[in-house]
Design a protein around this ligand. Sequence first.
Ligand code: NAP
Length: 409
Amino acid sequence: MNAPAPVELIRQHLIDPEVCIRCNTCEETCPVDAITHDGRNYVVKVEICNGCNACISPCPTGSIDHWRLVPRSQAYSIEDQFSWDELPAQAELPADAAATMLPAVDETLQSNAARSPSSANAPWSAAQPSLQLFTHKSPLNATVAGNFRLTAADAEADVRHIVLDFGTHFFPLLEGQTIAVTPPGNDDSGRPHTPRMYSIASPRSGEREGYNNASLTVKRVTVDHEGRPARGVASNYLCDLKKGDTVQVTGPFGDRFLMPNHPGSNILMICTGTGSAPMRAMTEHRRRLRAAGKALAGRLMLFFGARRPEELPYFGPLAKLPPEFIDTTLAFSRVPGQPRAYVQDRMRERARDVAELLAGDTFVYICGLKGMETGVLQALQEACTLAGIDWPSLHDRYVNEGRFHVETY
Ligand code: NAP
């Protein structure tokens, strides 16, 4: 007599509906279109998902990284997942199942995902972040304490510094963390708007020290990536806010892109435009420590790109920081009469200083336009090669040790 066919198990990829902020990042990232959503939940089609992990690191909340062992014949359908308010617990498995379990994730795909250029770890000395204190189901209503234009009155870009007050709510934030803001109303298909993520621009002690508040750096979106007129829903909503308005906020998010806390650590910051938000937060935290008399041996080096000085957020305060506190190099791409310069061009000019910093106890942060990533990595490689440093092994070590952080869009 034939033995009964063994139960075939799979490792099913699922999204936690309690933590997910419906930002659509996973659906946009998935290379095989395995992720979809309705008005309620984001879900994974088990018959399409190949476990490539491409969606895992871009997810701002970690809600994407959930797995259940299930008999293939009993895998959760998307209809099951659409109905959930919370993830089901891991069910008990048939006694003979473990021996017949299939490898759920293709190992080649998994190792490719692990080679992402950004760190999977926080710096060893980073403070412990608080995460997801306010969720999609129970957001926080913050009050606008101020909304100030950062760019010059005649500048093309309207970049704003928006201060949110959390009142009596416990909402601790660390430099490098993000919060999500949900614009009110519905999109064209009648669904509520999805939350949008913004990096905190203020240090952990608050925009105004001792107050329970934080700031965001927001650029009013008036054109799409191709330069065609387009009105950014969330950015226009935020840029138009008045003092006293309330805003629906969730978070905090982010447990990797955090700054080191040990005083000897150097920080190399490379950013464009509003990608300066976390750099301002880190710089201001160090500035306050220094002003309080804390001994800080670590150095700060900043490469900051914008079209013109008038378009550079925080240009005035930045110019006032003494060079012995922060070594700043600006790159302007559209100053009439001057050749176009990008941050990577300026890094090449200062290759020796960049390499010297990289050889020490340094943590690298890259934030801003997606397009800058390749050029910046190339400039780092060139700086290392000129200094006789093996870039691939330094880069690998930096990534493994939580010293290399990239946030580009
Ligand atoms: P932007 O004004 O469009 O650009 C800033 C500078 O970067 C300009 O000088 C631009 O030059 C230059 N640039 C363009 N392509 C480049 C490339 N390939 N390499 C190096 N530099 C390049 O910047 P933005 O609109 O503020 O965009 C900033 C980005 O940061 C956005 O994608 C935003 O989503 C992201 N971000 C924002 C936050 C936040 O909390 N607000 C946080 C993290 C990231 P040209 O235009 O002259 O070519």
